[in-house]
Design a protein around this ligand. Structure first.
Ligand SMILES: [Zn+2]
Length: 172
């Protein structure tokens, strides 16, 4: 089973993915969370289980953590307050905290989390990036769709015409 969570609720977004403005003339390569509970020092949650594949300081993006997920995609988290977990660290569940909202790196003008999804380990710096909000919501929808099938699968086929009791697994 694979869970997906967003780092913060949508109402914490200060700049959405793809926005073109003075700060991002070529389009914003991520989603910024910087208000309400996404304040300095707030815990940053990884979107799913995975493995830390990059953890370093970048002059523009500050403390950066990149996590590789089972889907083959990478999620990245930038401007973190402190250095992230070591490369190779396993995140065993969605929502595991990988750092705190910070204001590190030259491209940060106030505490916020810049995050997104990419195809490559270093996709945070260059290459194709995806809207993390859209991506997580897509994965959540896929997981929801897959769930009823998985629950129905182990039902015994040999039961005769006796009225089947409602399986406990179906209770929500
Ligand atoms: Zn940003």
């Amino acid at each position: 089973m694979s869970d997906w969570v967003l780092p913060f609720p949508d109402n914490c977004i200060t700049c959405a993915h793809g926005v073109v403005d003075d700060l991002h003339p070529n389009g914003h390569r991520g989603t910024d969370y910087g208000k309400r509970e996404a304040k300095l020092g707030a815990p940053v949650k990884a979107i799913a289980l995975g493995r830390v594949v990059l953890s370093e300081y970048h002059h523009n993006l500050g403390n950066v953590v990149v996590v590789k997920h089972a889907t083959g995609k990478f999620s990245y988290y930038c401007h973190l307050k402190d250095a992230g977990p070591a490369v190779g660290t396993y995140l065993r569940a969605a929502g595991e905290v990988i750092g705190k909202v910070g204001n590190t790196g030259q491209y940060s003008f106030g505490a916020h989390l810049h995050c997104g999804v990419s195809d490559e380990r270093t996709g945070v710096y260059a290459g194709k990036v995806y809207d993390i909000v859209k991506y997580v919501k897509e994965q959540q929808a896929l997981a929801k769709k897959a769930a009823p099938k998985a629950a129905a699968a182990p039902a015994p086929a040999a039961e005769p015409a006796k009225k089947p009791a409602t399986p406990k697994a179906k209770a929500e």
